[in-house]
Design a protein around this ligand. Structure first.
Ligand SMILES: Cc1cc2nc3c(=O)[nH]c(=O)nc-3n(C[C@H](O)[C@H](O)[C@H](O)COP(=O)(O)O)c2cc1C
Length: 193
């Protein structure tokens, strides 16, 4: 297995997925990694709902971008080898065809609800990488379920009313070549003392 530092450098956001589903045992481990993430006040408030169903992921992936406004992002560019919805307007799902998607919920009115969810997501993508599974963290959790179909899903999944989706973790196998390690911008740190 890759050493942690190497693994962190190797991990990339994957937006091209094979049809092949991940197994439940790996999914369970990835979820557990999320549950062990640092969390504000030790409150363990995040709740992970894993959608291990490619068709349902595709349906929710479309909801994820219904309010996405490209016009505000003119000039930005995300990835040449793994184009995002910003780069390619032809992409119709914010989940890029990933066969499994974990929605991370956290309390609506808690100051650290968002950082809690993203800490959880980061632990999950690192564990996925260690297991040879590709991943991508996705935003727009709040708006994804803020519609008729979305609220019906939350009801069916019995998500508490005071909880809101903060982000998603896509999981699957990279279709095509795994992207290279990305160079870092210079001047992003200093050490004092
Ligand atoms: C807070 C956050 C939100 C993100 N949201 C999205 C998203 O909505 N769609 C997407 O394709 N990638 C999303 N990403 C992935 C980033 O685009 C990706 O991490 C970044 O381009 C760096 O590439 P790398 O992960 O391959 O190193 C998000 C990442 C973070 C940390």
């Amino acid at each position: 297995m890759m050493e942690l530092f190497e693994l962190m450098k190797y991990r990339r956001s994957i937006r091209k997925y094979q049809n092949r589903q991940i197994d439940r045992e790996s999914l369970q481990k990835i979820i557990e990694a999320g549950l062990y993430a640092p969390n504000a006040g030790g409150g363990q408030r995040t709740f992970i709902c894993a959608i291990h169903d490619k068709d349902l992921c595709e349906k929710i992936g479309k909801l994820n971008i219904i309010r996405f406004d490209r016009s505000k992002l003119a000039g930005s560019y995300v990835s040449e080898d793994q184009p995002s919805i910003i780069d390619n307007p032809a992409i119709k799902s914010g989940f890029y065809g990933a066969p499994t998607v974990c929605a991370i919920f956290a309390p609506k009115n808690f100051l650290y609800s968002i950082p809690d969810a993203f800490c959880c997501a980061e632990n999950m993508v690192l564990e996925a990488t260690a297991l040879g599974i590709s991943s991508c963290i996705i935003a727009r959790g709040e708006e994804t379920f803020d519609n008729e179909i979305g609220s019906q899903l939350l009801e069916r999944w019995e998500i508490p009313k005071n909880y809101i989706a903060r982000c998603f973790v896509l999981l699957g196998y990279c279709n095509g070549e795994y992207p290279q390690v990305k160079a870092r911008k210079k001047g992003r740190y200093k050490i004092i003392g």
